[in-house]
Each structure stands twice: as structure tokens, then as C-alpha cells.
Design a protein around this ligand. Structure first.
Ligand code: FNR
Length: 365
């Protein structure tokens, strides 16, 4: 019987052999923001011929980081360090996009050049965040609101990062417009309190995101560009009063640029918690967007197959399951049992444990 997730799919100029995508996953093992050789094994373990992978979120500039040891792509050293990782993935036939990230106000002076305040659309910090384990609270300093005339520089940073990603050999880039980071801080009306042309109406709040889309499309071509959005999520204190309208406006507006894909996070993932039933849906955005539609958030084999079969999605990105199961497409093919993920090792700096030591299925060949 055909397994919908394992059928081929054309995404722009890319021919994918199946629909099980590696979701972007921060692992905090890029010491000093430089991608490390251990990422070669990590990514290539998760590559199959014709598979689509999205890299962990990668900083576009020296103001873009908010977490220790997340990779960058703004210096020659970063570009050179990415090259062997990208070529290992491509040697196995993978198609690899780099997720471009700016954390905005989800940062602190420790991560900023000269200890300055992080930038944002606003000068309000996010509410203190309790860690998923519940024992740790992170507080954020008040950010520095970007002046209108400073915004083009940030757009340029994304454009340069896109150019660098292509220089590093990536097949394309994904703009990280989700989860309460800088781009989302502009889109969401519970964060953005601006009165210039980047605040107020939906059109104004989405202007920054769409300027970035336009800039990277001009730089590297629409076929190499995707964007990730989470209109329904309020992660990092980033709620919106009308997330359906926001998601739909973005899906429709993106058509103008002809980008390869739109990647949306399911509303049931209001936070990175467990799956809950939810009356809201991405179907209107799927219908509005003309390119490849990628979804993520709480999918298992059965949900993913059903969503593809019912034509609600083209591709499904898997996060936690792919961390714990480097051979996830093969396990889906065989309906084999899955390794359980260990949350404790998601973000440690260990180059092996919880990173490249999850077991593969034993082969019978
Ligand atoms: C994430 N997620 C995430 N999202 C993103 O856009 N960029 C990123 O770098 C990260 N980093 C990250 C790290 C870890 C350890 C987790 C668990 C999650 C969110 C991720 O891509 C995905 O949307 C969620 O994990 C939900 O999908 P699953 O895990 O239910 O398949």
C-alpha cells in the first residue's frame, strides 16, 4: 500500500523523493557561533537521497543571537565552516536549506556586541520565560526599538546572509519568521506597538517580513527561498489578536514573490508543548498559497500520511522525532517502532550524546 509521506514531490525546481522534512532544530553545539565538524555526521545521518532538510536557526549578524553556541552565517569563517556540512548532505543526495534567524528582543546583553541592548520592533521586553522543565526562568532586558531608518540595515543583513548561504553551498534559505523572534515581533500586534509604516495595520506589520522576502529573492532567486511562520503561536510572548487573518494575509502576499515554499507551524503547537485538539486550522492558508506548503508541529506518521492524503499539506517537517530517529523516513516506511527523544540532551554542548548517538534500525540486508 502506498505511504503518502513517502511519495515524491516537486518543490519549485527541486525534485524531492519523499515528504518527510527535517525541521529546523537549534542544538547549541556550534561553539562560539561557528558550525562544528560534528554537525557533518548529525545532518548526514538524517539525509536520504532526495530528502529535504532545513538547518538549525542560524544568525544573520552579530546582533542576531540570543542563545549560546547557535551558528552564524555572517562571516567568512562561518561560511567556510558550513561548507563541509552542506557538501556531506548533498553527497548523500539531500536538498539543504539554511534557516536565517534574528532573535530580536529574545536576547540579552551577554549575546550582544559591546553589551548593548538587543533590537526589536518595540522597547518592551518579553515576559520572563519559564523553561520547559519548569525550574528555570529567563528574564529579558528592555530592547532598543529600531528606528525606521535602521530597518533597511537589518533587511540587508538577511540579504547578505542569504548570499553567504549560497556561497556555503546551501540549496536555499528559509527565513525564520516564527516563534516570537525579530520578524514575528513585527508581525504580531501584541508585540508591535509602532506608529511608523512598520506598525499598526496588518499590511504595515507584515512590511518588514515582506521586505526581507523581496531582498533575498532578488539576491538568490525565488526558487531558493522559503519562509517559516507561526501566526497562532504565542511563544516568547508573541500573541496576535487575529492570527487567522495574519496567516492568510501572509500566505496571499507571498504569492507575489513566487517563493518555493511557505512553512507554517500548526496552531495546536501554541507553545512547544504536547499535541492538543484545536479548532483553528492552516487549511485557508494552504489554499491561498500557490507554492509548496510545509507544516510542522506535533505530527506523527499517521497524522502526516492523512494530511498528505487529504491534500492539506505538501510536506511535513518533523522535529523531535527526527532528533531521536535519524532514519525516520525508513521507520515510517516499515512502520517500525521509534526511539524516544530525550529532552535533557536537546541543548547540551555534547558533540555526540543526544546528537549523533541515537540508534538506527538494524538492517536486515
Ligand atoms: C525547535 N524548533 C525550532 N523551530 C525553528 O523554526 N527553528 C529552530 O531552530 C528550532 N529549534 C528547535 C529546537 C528543538 C530542540 C526543538 C524541540 C524545536 C521547533 C521545531 O522546528 C518544530 O516546529 C517543533 O519541534 C514541532 O515539531 P515536532 O517536534 O512536534 O515534530
Amino acid at each position: 500500500m502506498e505511504i503518502p509521506l513517502l511519495t515524491p514531490c516537486k518543490m519549485g525546481n527541486f525534485q524531492l523523493s519523499h515528504r518527510v522534512v527535517l525541521a529546523p532544530l537549534t542544538r547549541q553545539r556550534s561553539y562560539g557561533n561557528v558550525p562544528q565538524p560534528h554537525a557533518i555526521l548529525y545532518y548526514s545521518q538524517r539525509t536520504t537521497k532526495g530528502s529535504f532538510l532545513i538547518s538549525e536557526a542560524t544568525g544573520v549578524s552579530d546582533t542576531a543571537h540570543g542563545y549560546k553556541d547557535t551558528p552564524g552565517i555572517w562571516t567568512t569563517e562561518h561560511v567556510e565552516a558550513w561548507k563541509p556540512i552542506v557538501s556531506a548532505v548533498q553527497a548523500k543526495g539531500g536538498i539543504f536549506f539554511c534557516q536565517l534567524w534574528h532573535t530580536g528582543r529574545v536576547s540579552s546583553k551577554d549575546f550582544q556586541p559591546n553589551g548593548q541592548a538587543p533590537i526589536s520592533s518595540t522597547d518592551k521586553p518579553p515576559k520572563p520565560q519559564v523553561s520547559s522543565g519548569g525550574w528555570d526562568v529567563t528574564e529579558f532586558p528592555p530592547p532598543c526599538r529600531l528606528r525606521t531608518n535602521e530597518i533597511p540595515q537589518i533587511v540587508n543583513d538577511f540579504q547578505r546572509a542569504a548570499r553567504n548561504a549560497i556561497e556555503a553551498g546551501f540549496d536555499g534559505i528559509e527565513i525564520h519568521g516564527a516563534h516570537g523572534y525579530l520578524i514575528d515581533q513585527f508581525m504580531k500586534d501584541q508585540v508591535n506597538d509602532r506608529t511608523d509604516r512598520y506598525g499598526g495595520s496588518l499590511e504595515n506589520r507584515c512590511r518588514f517580513a515582506l521586505e526581507i522576502v523581496e531582498a533575498v529573492v532578488n539576491e538568490i532567486g525565488a526558487d531558493r527561498v522559503g519562509i517559516r511562520l507561526s501566526p497562532f503561536a504565542n511563544y516568547m510572548d508573541s500573541g496576535d489578536s487575529n492570527p487567522s487573518a495574519l496567516g492568510l494575509y501572509m500566505a496571499e502576499s507571498l504569492n507575489k514573490y513566487g517563493i518555493a515554499y511557505c512553512h507554517m507551524v500548526e496552531p495546536r503547537m501554541k507553545t512547544l508543548g504536547e499535541k492538543v485538539e484545536c479548532p483553528e486550522s492552516l487549511v485557508p492558508m494552504r489554499k491561498a498559497f500557490k507554492g509548496t506548503f510545509v507544516v510542522a508541529g506535533g505530527y506523527d506518521r499517521e497524522d502526516g500520511n492523512k494530511a498528505v492524503d487529504e491534500d492539506r499539506v505538501d510536506l511535513v517537517a518533523y522535529g523531535r522525532m527526527f532528533i531521536a530517529n535519524p532514519d525516520l523516513p525508513r521507520r515510517f516506511e516499515l512502520n517500525a517502532p521509534l526511539n524516544k527523544y530525550n529532552r535533557e540532551t536537546f541543548y547540551t554542548s555534547d558533540p555526540v550524546v543526544g546528537y549523533t548517538d541515537y540508534p538506527f534500525l538494524e538492517t536486515t540486508a
